[in-house]
Design a protein around this ligand. Sequence first.
Ligand code: URA
Length: 423
Amino acid sequence: FDVVDIIRAKRDQQELDPEQIAWVIDAYTRGVVADEQMSALAMAIFLNGLNRPELQQWTNAMIKSGVRLDFSKLSKTTVDKHSTGGVGDKITLPLAPLVSVFGVAVPQLSGRGLGHTGGTLDKLESIPGWRANLSNEEIFQMLDSGPGAVVCAAGADLAPADKKLYALRDITGTVDCIPLIASSIMSKKIAEGTASLVLDVKVGSGAFMKTQEQAAELARTMVDLGSDAGVNTVALLTRMDQPLGRTVGNALEVQESLDVLAGGGPEDIVELTVALAQEMLACAGKPDEDVAAALKDGRAMDQWRAMISAQGGDVDAPLPVAPCQHQVLAEDDGYVMCLDALQVGVAAWRLGAGRARKEDPVSAVAGVEIHAKPGEAVRKGQPIATLHADSDSRFDRALDTLEGAWTIGHDVPELPQSLILDR
Ligand code: URA
C-alpha cells in the first residue's frame, strides 16, 4: 500500500477499503507511516468523515494494535462507564465503588486530563500513596477476589495506535471529530474487555459536543460500534453547560466525592451517580437495586476504602490543601443565571490542575471551589468562588479567564430539572 494514495482517496471523498485501513493503522503504530502523513489523513477524515463500515474497520484496527483483556473467567459480569469529558466530572469516583456493592465487577481503565477537562487518575493521585499502574494480573485480582472495582491506568499495550493518534490529533486541530472521537474511545473500551458499557455523552460549553444534535450523533456512533463488537452499550446525553458539583481540581474533587460517598454532597453529582449506577446495573441484569440507599448507608464508602487501600492509598490521610487561596467576589446583587463550564475548566487548568502537554505534572491542590451556582442568590461583594493554587502567581491568568463566567440577573432563573437530556 502507498499511504499517499490512501490520503488522496480520503481527501477526494472516496471510501477506504478494509485492507487499506488495517494497513495504515498498523504501519502508523510501527512508525512506518510518519506523523505528518497521519496528520494529513486525520484532517481528511475530519473534513470528509468515515462511513459505518470504514469506522468499524478503523476501530478494529486500533484494537488490534494492542492486547485485548479478557474477563470472561471472572465469577461476575463486568460493566464500565465512560464519560466523554467535562468540567468537575468526578462521577467515576463514587460510581465505581457504588456499583461494585451489588456484586458487579467494574474495570475502569482511565486516562489523565488533557486541556481543560480533568483526568480521573490525576484526581486519585492526590490521595497519599495511591498507585495508578497495575499489572493485568492485579486488575483481575482486584475484580475477582478484591473489592470488585478497580480504577487504574490503561496499560501501554491497550490500543497503542490510539495513544499515538490522540497525541497527534491534539496538536493538529483534529480532536473534535465524531468518527475520530468515537473510534478513540470505543477502541479502548472494547480492548478493555468489559461486557457492558454505559456512556455519559456530555453536551454544552464544557464538552466536546456543544449541541444536543452533535452529542446524539456521537452517542449513536459509539453505541453502534459497541454493539457491533458484542459489548452491551447504552448512552445517556447529559448537560455540561455548568460544572458538575462545586469543585474543579484534583484533591478538591476527591473531597467532594467523599462527601457523596458519606451520603451527602451536591445534588447534581448524586443525581448523575445514581442514574449511571442504575444504567450499569440494568446492563448487568440487576435493574431493581436501591442504589441511593447504598450511598446513604455507607456500603459504597466501605467499597471505596477497600478499592483505594488495595492500590496503596491511605484512606485516612488528610488530602493536601493549597497554600495559596484567593476569593472571587460577586460584582452585583441578584441571582446566578448561568455559570460557564468551559471558563471554570480553563481557570482550574491555569491554576495548575491540568496540563498543557502530556508530560507536564499537575498540582494536586489547584482548582476552583464554587460558592454560587445557577439559581442561587448572591449579594455584591459575597465570595462566589475560592481559587486554590501552589503559588499566588497563578491567580491573575485564572481571574482573566473567569471574567464574565457568572451571569448575575435580577429574576430567579428557570433551570432545567434534570441533568439527563436523553437516553
Ligand atoms: N476521549 C478519548 O479518549 N478520545 C477522544 O478522541 C476524545 C475524548
